[in-house]
Structures are given as structure tokens and as C-alpha cells.
Design a binder for this molecule. Structure first.
Ligand SMILES: [Zn+2]
Ligand SMILES: [Zn+2]
Length: 170
């Protein structure tokens, strides 16, 4: 009786079913191990700028279970794309703040001011036709379609009041 039980177990472990189960298990572990390392590499590329560090982290990812776990504990918290996006936003906010200041005396000015109210620096030109404030880069007035005459950079009103001599004699 006992002998026959051991005998059947012996048969089972040497049967083809056991062989396939064992091979399947090993294959599954192998796939899982490679997938973990691949995930570490993929995730590290999105978070770490340095290729060398990504390579080292990927090697760490090949350490079964512990490698990916250690990586997850110490990986940078943000994606590189998120960092870049935030930096871009910060720069845009900075630029907007600079745009809202007089370049000479740094007084806060409204976006439609033509002249700094404190130091009289010319900030913008107005449209010759509709008198709306124009941005320095605009070639045509967006309000009335009047072409903008090529103008000099914002200069002090005092300088503008001085009689201008024609620089280009035709
Ligand atoms: Zn000013
Ligand atoms: Zn206009």
C-alpha cells in the first residue's frame, strides 16, 4: 500500500506532466524576471536624464525581486517630461512678469500701457488708425488691419520729443 503510494509519486515526478509543469514554471519565472528588468529600464528612461545612470539602474533591475524594489524606493519622483513642462511654465510666468514691468524703472505696468507712468519710457506704439496699443513685433494692427510702420525700439518720450533728423537721405 505504502510502497504503491511512493511508487505513484515517483512515477508522477518522472512523468511527462511533471516535466512540462517544471519547464513551464521555470519559463514563467524567466519571463517575469526579464519583464521586471525591462520595466526598470523603461521607467528609468522616463525619469533619469543620464544614459550611464539608466544603464546602471537597468543592471540593478536584473537582480531578481530586490533590484526592482530598490529602484522603486529610490527612483526620481517625477517624469522628465513633467519636469520639462514645469520649467517651461515657470519660464512663461517669468516672461509674463517681465513683460508687465517697465524695462527702465521696473514699475508694474498694464499690458495696454503705451508709456510707463513713472519714468515716461515709451512701452508700445499705438495704431495710427485706431490708436489701440501694438506689440513691438506686430507688422499689422490686429484691430483695424492697418499696416504698422517700421518703428524703432521703445525709447524715452523725452528723446522722441527732440526733433528727429532724417537718417536716410534719398
Ligand atoms: Zn518706467
Ligand atoms: Zn488699428
Amino acid at each position: 500500500m505504502i510502497g504503491s503510494v511512493f511508487g505513484s509519486e515517483h512515477d508522477f515526478f518522472h512523468s511527462q506532466t511533471w516535466d512540462w509543469t517544471w519547464r513551464g514554471g521555470v519559463l514563467l519565472l524567466l519571463v517575469f524576471w526579464l519583464a521586471m528588468a525591462y520595466w526598470v529600464w523603461k521607467d528609468a528612461r522616463r525619469r533619469i536624464r543620464s544614459h550611464v545612470v539608466v544603464g546602471l539602474v537597468t543592471i540593478l533591475g536584473f537582480v531578481p525581486i530586490a533590484g526592482p524594489l530598490v529602484y522603486m524606493l529610490f527612483r526620481p519622483p517625477e517624469y522628465l517630461s513633467d519636469v520639462a513642462e514645469r520649467e517651461l511654465e515657470m519660464r512663461a510666468i517669468e516672461r509674463r512678469l517681465i513683460d508687465r514691468q517697465c524695462p527702465v524703472c521696473h514699475t508694474d505696468v498694464e499690458p495696454d500701457f503705451l508709456v510707463c507712468p513713472v519714468c515716461a519710457t515709451k512701452l508700445r506704439h499705438s495704431c495710427a488708425s485706431c490708436h489701440k496699443p501694438l506689440e513691438p513685433t506686430w507688422q499689422v494692427c490686429p484691430y483695424c488691419e492697418t499696416p504698422v510702420a517700421p518703428t524703432e525700439h521703445p525709447v524715452s518720450l523725452r528723446a522722441q520729443r527732440a526733433p528727429r533728423t532724417s537718417r536716410k537721405a534719398r
